[in-house]
Structure formats: structure tokens, C-alpha cells
Design a protein around this ligand. Structure first.
Ligand code: NAI
Length: 324
């Protein structure tokens, strides 16, 4: 039988964790024939809740689930890990400045990056979900000098899926008819969902909608969807975030023609090298590749640049705080 793949999930007792773990254990993260071993990392106060979730995982009798480990020690959690989903993060609290938020998260993602560096398997792949995701991924990466830099990624797949769904509803087409959707930049309100390369039935999506809708409805609806969910549900997106994490890792491992992921920039499209920014990407042979050769018009350029500027500011802030 195949050796199980070790998947480490941080913040396992949180709401995304609850929506995520059962899908991983059922085979949706890696494939229906890949056995998995789960490692749940939590803070000490939440270990008991994680144990409760583990009891429920046991009660599903998932054929592919070969074991569950629960710990509050990153060195244990990431030991031999092949996939790490970094979900647990410090949320912004009322009155918190950006510097405070970055610093609190630096205290989480720095040590986790180091633990990954020291203990993870050679093929480790890291997806950061916890916000601010792009910069948390950068912090973890910078603490893992022995791991290839491109193994650290951040999630913009939820934004990508939201963009697909909004466009499909507008054009009254199934989401499967939409190709080449792209989210550029930061997973934040400055992100840029791009319809100038997206195609519907072979036509450019931006040409199928009016400019006012694209600019004043589509872009802000996608970018602010997280806030709209909180407003409606009284809690932040969890099942859709878990779903996007599954999509991201599945595609990374199994291949994809065109999707969105925040990966370390190689300087493509004027995004400074090293920033973990969202791009149009393909996945081949287990690696993300930035899709090259797209023409970027002035409308898109301005918006990509604004989001990338925000990423640079976050990077400069964590540098100044000595977090990287
Ligand atoms: P939650 O508050 O329900 O759960 C977070 C869990 O992380 C808690 O159980 C907490 O104990 C744990 N945690 C905190 N620090 C930890 C540490 N150092 N090590 C291990 N575990 C730790 O939050 P939820 O709803 O599950 O969201 C998690 C994160 O995902 C948040 O930062 C949220 O902003 C982010 N998010 C990102 C999205 C994206 O598209 N990139 C979408 C939705 C949420």
C-alpha cells in the first residue's frame, strides 16, 4: 500500500479547520486513492476542541485516513509533513494597528516557518490561509531558508472562485464555461479580479459585460465578498475558504491549466521578485508556473500596481519590525 501523505493543519479547531479536515480525510485534497495522516496544530487552549474534532473524524471511518495526531508543538506538527495548511492566525482586533497585526502574526508564522525548515519532508508544500495571508507566507518562507522558496504560497483561490461565480451569474452561464480567470496581487480589498483575459465561450469576458458593471460592481463585489459574508452569516467565510484551500492544493499536486494562486514573484509582470503575489498560474509536474505573455492594458496595470504596492508596504513593515 502507498505510504500516507502527512498533512498538517494549523488552527485545526477553528471554523475553517472544521470545514476542511473532513474533506482532506475523505480524499478530496490529494486524490481518492491517496491515504493521508492528519496532524492538527493548535494553541494549548484549543487542543481539547481539536481532540473533539478528531473524535468526529474517527467516527467517519474514512478509508483513506491512516492516523490523526494533535499537538500544540510546531516541531511535532510539521515533523515529516508533506503538505502544510497554515490556517490559524491572529485576527485583527478592534483598535489594532497594522503594525500590531503584522507583529502578532510574525510571532506565529516565523516559528512555524522555522519548524517547517527543520522538520518537514523534502517535498513539503505550504499554503497559507490565515490573514494577512500573502505576508504571513513571506514571513514563514523567510524563516525556512533550506526549503525551496516556491514551496510557500498563499491563498487567493477563494477570490478566484468568487469571481467565477459572480461572472457566471451575470452572464447566466455555468461556471465551467468560464476559462482563464485571474486574481492579481494581494488577498485583500486591493486585489484585482481580471476579466480582460477571462474567456466565456471563446470570447473575452470584459467584452461581454459593460464597463460600468465591471468597474463598479464586479471588482468591488469580489474584493469585498468576505465582508458581505460576515454581514449576512454573522461569521466569516469558512466552508468556501476550506473549499478553496482544497482546490489550491489539489491543483498544485495534480496539475491545472489556468487558475490563481499567490506565489513568489520571479519579476513577471513588473511584480518585484520575491513578493508573494497572486498571478495567473498553471500547475505542471507539481510546480506552479506563472502564465506568461499576457498583455496588460492601462486599466489593469493601475490596479495590479496598487495591490502590489500594498504588498511591498506590508513587506517593508515586517522588515522594519525585524520579522523577516
Ligand atoms: P477561527 O478563529 O475560527 O480559527 C482559528 C484557529 O486558529 C483557532 O482555533 C485558534 O486557536 C487557532 N490558532 C491561533 N493561533 C495559532 C497558532 N499559533 N498555532 C495554531 N493554531 C492557532 O478562524 P477561521 O475562521 O478558521 O479563519 C482562520 C484564518 O483564515 C483567519 O486568519 C482568516 O482571516 C483567514 N481566512 C482567509 C481566507 C483567504 O481567502 N485567504 C478566507 C477566509 C478566512
Amino acid at each position: 500500500a502507498q505510504t500516507p501523505v502527512k498533512v498538517t493543519v494549523t488552527g485545526a479547531a477553528g471554523q475553517i479547520g472544521y470545514a476542511l479536515l473532513f474533506r482532506i480525510a475523505s480524499g478530496q485534497l490529494l486524490g481518492a486513492d491517496v491515504p493521508v495522516k492528519l496532524s492538527l496544530l493548535e494553541i494549548p487552549q484549543a487542543v481539547k476542541a481539536a481532540e473533539g474534532t478528531a473524535m468526529e473524524l474517527d467516527d467517519c471511518a474514512f478509508p483513506l485516513l491512516s492516523g490523526i495526531e494533535i499537538t500544540d508543538d510546531p516541531n511535532v506538527a510539521f515533523n515529516g509533513a508533506n503538505v502544510a495548511l497554515l490556517v490559524g492566525a491572529m485576527p485583527r482586533k478592534a483598535g489594532m494597528e497594522r503594525g500590531d497585526l503584522l507583529e502578532a502574526n510574525g510571532g506565529i508564522f516565523g516559528p512555524q516557518g522555522k519548524a517547517i525548515n527543520d522538520h518537514a519532508a523534502d517535498d513539503i508544500r505550504v499554503l497559507v490561509v490565515g490573514n494577512p495571508a500573502n505576508t504571513n507566507a513571506l514571513i514563514a518562507q523567510q524563516h525556512a531558508p533550506d526549503v525551496p522558496a516556491e514551496r510557500f504560497t498563499a491563498m487567493t483561490r477563494l477570490d478566484h472562485n468568487r469571481a467565477l461565480s459572480q461572472l457566471a451569474a451575470k452572464l447566466q452561464v455555468p461556471v465551467t464555461e468560464i476559462k482563464k480567470m485571474t486574481i492579481w496581487g494581494n488577498h485583500s480589498a486591493t486585489q484585482y479580479p481580471d476579466l480582460f483575459h477571462a474567456e466565456v465561450g471563446g470570447k473575452i469576458a470584459a467584452e461581454l459585460v459593460d464597463e460600468g458593471w465591471l468597474r463598479d460592481t464586479f471588482i468591488p463585489t469580489v474584493a469585498k465578498r468576505g465582508a458581505a459574508i460576515i454581514e449576512a452569516r454573522g461569521a466569516s467565510s469558512a466552508a468556501s475558504a476550506a473549499n478553496a484551500a482544497i482546490d489550491h492544493v489539489y491543483d498544485w499536486v495534480n496539475g491545472a491549466e489556468w487558475t490563481s494562486a499567490a506565489i513568489p514573484s520571479d519579476g513577471s509582470y513588473g511584480v518585484p521578485e520575491g513578493l508573494i503575489s497572486s498571478f495567473p498560474v498553471a500547475s505542471r509536474n507539481g510546480k506552479w508556473e506563472i502564465i506568461q505573455g499576457l498583455e496588460i492594458d492601462a486599466f489593469s496595470r493601475e490596479r495590479i500596481d496598487a495591490s502590489v504596492r500594498e504588498l511591498e508596504e506590508e513587506r517593508d513593515a515586517v522588515r522594519q519590525l525585524g520579522l523577516i
